[in-house]
Write a protein that binds this ligand. Sequence first.
Ligand SMILES: N[C@@H](CCC(=O)N[C@@H](CS)C(=O)NCC(=O)O)C(=O)O
Length: 335
Amino acid sequence: MNMLVDGEWRTDAYETTDDDGSFQRQETTFRDRIHDEPDARFQPEAGRYHLYVSYACPWAHRTLVVRALKGLEDAISVSVVDPYRDEDGWQFTPEKEGCTRDHVHDADYLRELYVKADPDATCRVTVPVLWDEQEDTIVNNESKEIMRMLDTEFDEYAERDVDLYPEGYREEVDRILDEIYEPINNGVYRAGFATEQEPYEEAVDDLFAALDHWDEVLGEQRYLAGDRLTEADVAIFTTLVRFDNVYHTHFMCNVQYVREYDNLWPYLRDLYQTPGVARTVHMDHIKEHYYTTHPDVNPHRIVARGPDLAFDAPHDRDELPGSPPADLAPASADD
Ligand SMILES: N[C@@H](CCC(=O)N[C@@H](CS)C(=O)NCC(=O)O)C(=O)O
């Protein structure tokens, strides 16, 4: 697999699995924070920060959903890489549908920006990346932290009054983010990238136990943390929305489709229909990326056809306790 080692691009540098065949995710390297405080190095400002994303990537997708829900599109600009990733890593191919040039540096590859930020970087070159145009460096490349910064530090520039980490819910949101990460968000990867039967079985057991659990919880309440839409919903959404089209088939998470769950499926449609969210979902990039980028998993790079999901179908979740923030109520929204 490919990564930077001392600032050099290497295509033979790291293994994604341990000796026992379990998928190992690498630690994220750039972990600075934007703080809305006078002496902070990185302060929130409109026009200063830039997001590098792939529409295919569930981690990058989280940051796009928060940006859309809060109405930060004018404050924080975005560059979108090619969904197909080869030996050279994420690439900018503006001629391709849905992709853009690198709006900040006009680089050809995302790795160039990692080296600009740290000439001796030893790390994977991943999306999302939050870039500071003022200091010309990476602030952070960990989706959970970027999501939190966009949510809590940019209210002054947000067009909508939407708080996804509300007082009184914070402990619960943090708890749920941790609780869903290993079995669900990372669980689909643990299943898909396992190279031995046993770790695959473990991942699938954990994944479907967790999905069954949340399906039950969501029979009683509208959102994961109760009656409020929070970052936890954003975090599970980007996995669920990819599930039936990609993880079920490509990553062999085929015990059940999300669309067969009594509550998870309407819940997924509810989130999809929350104003701003649908336009962050690019199923063409999602499918192209997964089915063509992992030759070990799908050597012939055939993109599986179905299923065609009715994300727009009525969900009736408004009958449960809980409602979206007033600024996201369909009547006041801009889409
Ligand atoms: N911990 C990171 C993980 C991001 C991540 O793994 N992104 C994938 C795309 S879905 C990536 O860029 N992989 C490229 C690589 O590993 O070389 C986060 O949550 O932000």
